[in-house]
Design a binder for this molecule. Structure first.
Ligand code: TYD
Ligand code: MG
Length: 458
């Protein structure tokens, strides 16, 4: 007999307590405890494990090769983020803000994988709504030819029954927050339900080898809704992000048991669905005017791919007492740190200025190589002189104003030359050991921020 007991669960990390707590001892957040009725499953799980054959240790060499090939999503960008395709029996979570295009991405992918039988379970939209959306997606993804089944259901047991009957090659669940189980009295979207249902889908994936793609919502503060425990249950956490005002969307792997997490996929949302952006640098740079001050191009590296991104800055005298600092697509603390370095080490008086920084296209950059481009953009706006045309930068800046080397600089230089840049500014340490004459681009090695400034504006 399963007993029912009340627990308090932390919304953020899933920490369980028998009494209400103001602050979670696990994740340290305040006011995150919700009361939930949780069934004690200890008696159940014992009988469950007893019914299975007992597992015995096995020699690593004797484990049969898991040679089952990955399933291609028929979309290079998606495959790249996954590490080469969907691994059979894996449980994947796709997170993102509402309206960013999660349902569109997975529906489109399901339509593109036309020789596979796919079950698309939706607890958010009706079958008609999904059909309408499928019709809007472009012609080469005609739904008529695909083996795609729709199911509008939120009860996890009934979903599992249908999976059993249909035996699809892939299961998509939109979204995990709408799925509930009768085993638990807590409402849909609660920590206990999400955890329980995710575990059931995990068991399904592991026992049948059917890969399961779950869609998850993101909460206000940008974390995946539901407890952190869910991140432990799934094999990969993918995040779909972007600025809704811009067409660009980035698919990123936050965790991936079957591939690298540094790869990103770039898409553009158009009227007929998401399109892969094969050549992001050319697309991003096509909309810029080189004669304006306050912009600079950085040769960043996202995963294995160099992507050239424009940094825009506006520096003006602070009208109010406290100068404002604002950054979109770039870490604000990092901006403040860089401004302090420019002030202290390079003698630029920015303390009484408002500084705004923006990464063009609504992208978010974490590659430290962007530092020098941030410096160039900020200082260019400050003196109101444009960065010379056809120049790009790739270097990190240290606390004493030194220009530090970045990873895989040859690849960045080669890509800069390919895109038609005439000059690239890098760290002196990166230039060591490089045959500068080999490249069809002028390479300017610098060791201090001042030198870079002189090279740009002198
Ligand atoms: P959706 O996939 O419903 O987002 P999510 O599932 O993440 O909440 O995407 C909704 C947005 O995408 C909506 O605002 C309209 C836009 N969109 C297009 O621009 N073109 C399209 O072809 C489709 C299907 C959606
Ligand atoms: Mg949706």
């Amino acid at each position: 007999m399963a007993k029912q007991r009340n627990y308090f669960l932390c919304r953020e990390c899933g920490y369980q307590s028998s009494s209400w707590l103001g602050r979670c001892p696990e994740c340290g957040r305040f006011g995150t405890f919700d009361e939930e009725v949780v069934e004690t499953t200890s008696s159940q799980s014992h009988s469950h494990s007893a019914s299975q054959s007992p597992s015995a240790p096995i020699l690593l060499q004797q484990v049969p090769d898991g040679q089952s090939p990955r399933m291609s999503t028929r979309c290079d960008e998606f495959d790249r983020v996954l590490g080469g395709g969907i691994v059979p029996g894996s449980l994947l979570l796709l997170g993102g803000d509402p309206g960013i295009g999660k349902s569109t991405l997975l529906l489109q992918t399901a339509l593109a994988m036309r020789d596979l039988r796919i079950l698309y379970v939706s607890g958010e939209e009706s079958a008609q709504q999904i059909k309408m959306r499928a019709d809007r997606l472009s012609d080469d993804r005609q739904p008529s030819s695909s083996d795609l089944y729709l199911l509008t259901e939120t009860d996890v047991q009934r979903i599992l029954q249908q999976v059993d009957a249909l035996r699809p090659d892939l299961l998509v669940v939109d979204s995990i927050q709408t799925v509930t189980s009768d085993d638990l009295p807590s409402p849909a979207g609660s920590v206990a339900q999400i955890r329980h249902c995710s575990t059931l889908f995990q068991q399904l994936a592991k026992t049948t080898s059917i890969p399961v793609l779950l869609i998850g919502h993101i909460t206000k503060d940008g974390t995946l809704a539901g407890p952190k425990v869910m991140e432990h249950i799934v094999d990969a956490v993918l995040q779909f992000e972007g600025d809704r005002q811009h067409g660009f969307r980035i698919l990123r792997a936050l965790k991936n048991r079957f591939g690298a997490t540094s790869e990103i996929g770039i898409f553009e949302m158009r009227a007929d669905g998401l399109h892969q952006v094969q050549n992001p640098s050319a697309t991003l740079l096509s909309q810029r005017d080189e004669t304006l001050s306050g912009t600079a191009v950085c040769a960043t590296l996202e995963g294995a791919r160099p992507i050239f991104i424009e940094v825009q800055s506006l520096v003006s005298s602070a009208v109010y007492g406290t100068p404002q600092r604002n950054a979109s697509g770039f870490d604000l603390r990092r901006l403040n740190l860089l401004l302090a370095v420019f002030e202290k080490r390079c003698g630029f008086k920015l303390g009484a200025k408002d500084v705004f920084l923006n990464i063009a296209g609504g992208l978010r950059v974490t590659d430290p190589a962007i530092d020098l481009a941030v410096a160039a953009a900020v200082l260019s706006s400050n003196v109101d002189i444009p960065v010379p045309p056809n120049t790009c930068l790739a270097a990190e800046i240290g606390l004493s104003g030194e220009v530090r080397p970045v990873a895989r600089v040859e690849q960045r230089i080669a890509e800069a030359a390919r895109l038609g840049f005439k000059r690239i500014i890098i760290s002196k340490y990166n230039a060591r050991g490089l045959d500068l004459r080999r490249y069809k681009i002028e390479i300017v090695p610098v060791s201090l921020v001042e030198e870079a400034v002189r090279a740009l504006f002198a």
